[in-house]
Ligand binder design. Structure first.
Ligand code: 8OZ
Length: 368
């Protein structure tokens, strides 16, 4: 019988277990540069089968929140190298999450204070996070401008470039493309944010085009065995919705199958919330079967609200190869050991999720 604690080959990597640290935004990188405290935080969690970093901007335009890290400057890449070195010194494995926020941003965070970019000029009814004079606050996102089709190759290039630098300069073991949670690639996918009339809007094929171009570019740059993708078919996060997500996502995974991805990472339900979203039914098993039927061999990673019994069941029943834990990893650096021992979990402190220092970040106790 399979277990959460069995090793597994995932693309180019041999993982000692099937427990994954999900990407978690923590807003502790002033000037978008990772800090030594971040190296300590990730190193503390190195017993995970795989660590996925917090979402990390591929360009200044891709920035949408105060003090989130980037991957587009030399200083950022050098600072990430100190993080990956610290994780590797503890025998861990770490991917970074490549992020373009699209319309979920604010002029204060954009190059030259310009409008954020999006598939269409539709403002997301959501908030972003700014830090002004040292004080953090949630503020409404700015009205975006619609990207011209001539700008899209530049965005594909930014993903490709960030992927190469992540691996060759910053020392990551691979990259996860952020295709979820209402950010740029999810905005292109879904009807609620994409009302374009060109080759990037309208039909499923057109709405999926940018995501697939990005995935093909990243895979051609670093190889599918070092690339994952995160998707969230029905999440309402950041005011995103699609009129008919099942055929959309089944098309996407079928097109992805030939790329030989290391894994697909699926958020089931509302990100960080209920696993069922009212009025938005979705058949995840059909999605996984569509990917497999198209020939995909990569790992199937599930996420959202898993506890130990649910995670064990998913692996034993062959419903998942990997289980990603988000909030539990904020408060439990030794989550693998706690799962193994059926030990209780520390509760995360919401007040220290976003911004701040060591408190609520590197000071959660381990079992021993
Ligand atoms: C929480 C706060 C800010 C950003 C995501 C990158 O939802 C995020 C995020 C989460 O994927």
């Amino acid at each position: 019988m399979k277990s959460l604690f069995d090793p597994v080959q995932v693309g180019a990597l041999h993982l000692p277990n099937r427990v994954v640290m999900a990407p978690l935004t923590r807003n502790r990188a002033p000037n978008a540069i990772p800090t030594p405290l971040m190296a300590e935080y990730y190193a503390q969690r190195a017993s995970a089968g795989l660590l996925i970093t917090e979402a990390t901007a591929i360009s200044h335009q891709g920035q949408g929140y105060a003090d989130v890290p980037g991957l587009y400057g030399t200083e950022q890449l050098d600072a990430w190298k100190r993080v990956t070195d610290a994780v590797h010194a503890r025998h861990g494995r770490i991917f970074t999450q490549l992020w373009h926020v699209g319309r979920v941003s604010h002029t204060a965070l954009q190059p030259e204070g310009k409008a954020p970019v999006a598939p269409s000029a539709i403002t997301a009814k959501t908030k972003t996070y700014l830090i002004q004079d040292g004080v953090g606050s949630f503020v409404a996102t700015s009205e975006p401008r619609a990207l011209d089709a001539s700008e899209l190759p530049g965005i594909v290039h930014d993903f490709r470039h960030a992927a190469r630098n992540a691996i060759t300069t910053a020392g990551f073991d691979g990259v996860e493309v952020h295709g979820a949670n209402g950010y740029l690639l999810d905005q292109f996918l879904k009807t609620g944010a994409n009302q374009r009339r060109d080759d990037y809007g309208g039909s499923i094929e057109n709405r999926a085009r940018l995501l697939l171009e990005v995935m093909r570019a990243v895979v051609s740059e670093v190889g599918g065995a070092r690339v994952g993708l995160r998707l969230s078919p029905v999440t309402p996060a950041n005011d995103i919705v699609d009129a008919d997500p099942q055929p959309l996502f089944e098309y996407v995974v079928r097109e992805l199958a030939p790329l030989g991805l290391a894994y697909l990472h699926i958020i089931e339900g509302a990100t960080g919330g209920p696993r069922e979203v009212d009025g938005r039914p979705f058949d995840y098993e059909a999605l996984r079967k569509a990917w497999r039927a198209a020939g995909a061999k990569g790992a199937w990673m599930v996420n959202n609200g898993y506890d130990k019994p649910m995670a064990e069941h998913a692996v034993v029943a062959d419903e998942a190869d990997l289980v990603a834990f988000g909030k539990p990893y904020i408060a439990n650096p030794d989550l693998v050991e706690r799962l193994r021992a059926s030990a209780p979990w520390n509760e995360p402190d919401k007040a220290t999720f976003y911004g701040g220092g060591a408190k609520g970040y590197t000071d959660y106790p381990t079992l021993k």
